[in-house]
Design a protein around this ligand. Structure first.
Ligand code: ATP
Length: 248
């Protein structure tokens, strides 16, 4: 379970995320949507402990990301937009290393082969990560996230650079994780995918949450009966106010 309570993140005097609160329960996929610069990546980086919140609390399975970091991170997997991988390990070594770091080598022994096959990386298992294409790197990054049994999964633009078969597999994998009880947060600009994959969405604009709910909720909120997510999104984000400037 993921709980974000009153999250504020300031870069010097600029408030990139302003008083953001939401909860993702077990077995839910939530889309984090917003125009460029809305604060999505900042929010994800705060949740996974890369950035320290200026104010607010983030709890992963009840553990505070700032004050109880090890316990919080043991249940968390983050797939960043640009995978950061160990270039001089082979694909197989990389997956095994991540499994060992999280004490889940038995999962690797049981599932490593299956994951490599699922992401079409079986024939690359003995190649160096440095030789992989962009899409293959993304698939390996996702396989690494899934091998350590996390139940809070964060994805930043997971489908960018992945081919159609890989994208289909990633979406199926995300749905499988949800069905197994994971709490999933996906930042994406692909509104069609969000509409099909997510149980509900959170829309950020200029650092502020402008809407949260199912498509039906958002339609009702914006008086747009029968509209698709794209139309509703454009309406809701066009009404957002300029970013707040913080007093020095
Ligand atoms: P995109 O969809 O373009 O990836 P985003 O919603 O992920 O955007 P963020 O990357 O979180 O947005 O950025 C939110 C705001 O914070 C932007 O105005 C950005 O310029 C600013 N910002 C992000 N990182 C920093 C930083 N390290 N220092 C100063 N400002 C930053």
């Amino acid at each position: 379970m993921l709980e974000v309570v009153g999250l504020v993140k300031e870069y010097k005097r600029f408030r990139a995320v302003d008083d953001l609160s939401f909860t993702i329960g077990r077995g839910e996929i939530v889309g984090l949507l917003g125009p460029n610069g809305a604060g999505k990546t900042t929010c994800l980086r705060c949740i996974c402990g890369i950035l320290r919140p200026t104010f607010g609390r983030i709890l992963i399975n009840g553990h505070d990301v700032v004050t109880d970091q090890a316990a919080a991170k043991s249940g968390l997997a983050f797939v960043p937009e640009l995978p950061s991988l160990y270039e001089l390990l082979t694909v197989d070594e990389h997956l095994r290393f991540i499994a060992m770091c999280f004490g889940t080598i038995e999962v690797y022994d049981r599932m490593g082969e299956q994951l490599l096959e699922r992401y079409s990386l079986l024939d690359k298992r003995n190649e160096l990560v440095a030789t992989l294409s962009k899409g293959m790197r993304q698939k390996l990054s996702i396989a690494c996230a899934l091998i350590h049994n996390a139940n809070v999964l964060l994805f930043d633009e997971p489908l960018i650079g992945v081919d159609p078969a890989g994208a289909h597999e990633v979406k199926s994998e995300i749905s499988r994780a949800r069905d197994a009880g994971a709490s999933v947060l996906i930042s994406t600009h692909l509104l069609d995918t969000a509409e099909r994959l997510c149980d509900r969405v959170i829309i950020l604009a200029r650092g502020v949450k402008v809407a949260e709910g199912t498509l039906a909720d958002l339609r009702a909120m914006s008086n747009m009966e029968g509209a698709g997510l794209e139309e509703v999104f454009l309406r809701l984000t066009s009404e957002a106010k300029p970013p707040p400037i913080v007093a020095p």
